[in-house]
Design a protein around this ligand. Structure first.
Ligand code: FPP
Length: 232
């Protein structure tokens, strides 16, 4: 296997974590156990991204469409998120990881909002991996929100740079590599503005089976591609 070239790492890796439900179904387990296993993958991938020296990692954890799932599954996801924060925050902070939430969490239970905000505050000055968790996130909603904010501030300077400042990802480089697990070839309303020139990598593996080696493989594949950004 070829090696990673550390001089041309993707600055920002975004991941659509898919296949938790199918992973569980294949084992005749309840869906929530697929999500639980998915959280283990989250831990492994955050750690790996941090030690590889990736600048930004964005994980799509809850979309604006996920409210359509059964209440019991939504509750289960919230509880996994809370457990994750309780168990992992210290380690995240110790590893100099900075947490950011992409999305509107105002509809989340108060307890989770509080934990999320205090986690962002605690890690706010960290200088290592920027770990974005997309929660109640939808890219179209993000774009409309940016327009609204610009209008409120009376800004008429419609440049790409200015517009980007009003997105949840302000100040961060756009994703260079978008990974989707479980073989689906969809974008699912994820980072539509930011992925304009992104390389897409699809793996058949379900998210709970995805691991550090798979991340490295995706990066190696990314490094083989010639990125022309529209030029010749
Ligand atoms: C997609 O699988 C996965 C989700 C919608 C949720 C992802 C959430 C987690 C891994 C847990 C919480 C996250 C953090 C950051 C702690 P699916 O249910 O759509 O799978 P399926 O398509 O096979 O049904």
């Amino acid at each position: 296997m070829s090696e990673i070239d550390f001089s041309s790492l993707p600055k920002h890796v975004a991941i659509i974590m898919d296949g938790n439900g199918r992973w569980a179904k294949k084992r005749s387990l309840p869906r929530i156990l697929g999500h639980k296993q998915g959280v283990r993958t989250v831990k492994e991938i955050v750690k790996a991204s941090s030690s590889l020296g990736i600048r930004v990692l964005t994980l799509y954890a809850f979309s604006t469409e996920n409210w359509k799932r059964p209440q019991s599954e939504i509750k289960g996801l919230f509880s996994l998120l809370l457990q994750f924060l309780k168990k992992e925050l210290r380690e995240i902070h110790k590893n100099n990881v900075r947490l950011r939430i992409l999305g509107d969490i105002s509809k989340f239970p108060d307890k989770i909002q509080k934990e999320l905000l205090s986690a962002c505050e605690l890690t706010g000055n960290n200088t290592g991996l920027e770990f974005n968790i997309a929660l109640n996130y939808g890219a179209r909603q993000e774009i409309l929100r940016a327009f609204e904010k610009m209008a409120q501030e009376g800004i008429k300077d419609f440049t790409e740079e200015k517009f980007s400042e009003f997105l949840y990802t302000r100040g961060q480089p756009d994703p260079d590599l978008l990974i989707r697990t479980s073989g689906e070839m969809r974008i699912s309303n994820f980072l539509l503005w930011q992925i304009a020139y992104c390389e897409i990598y699809i793996t058949e593996k379900f998210w709970p089976d995805f691991n550090e080696n798979d991340l490295k493989e995706a990066i190696i594949e990314y490094q083989k591609r010639e990125r022309r950004f529209g030029a010749l």
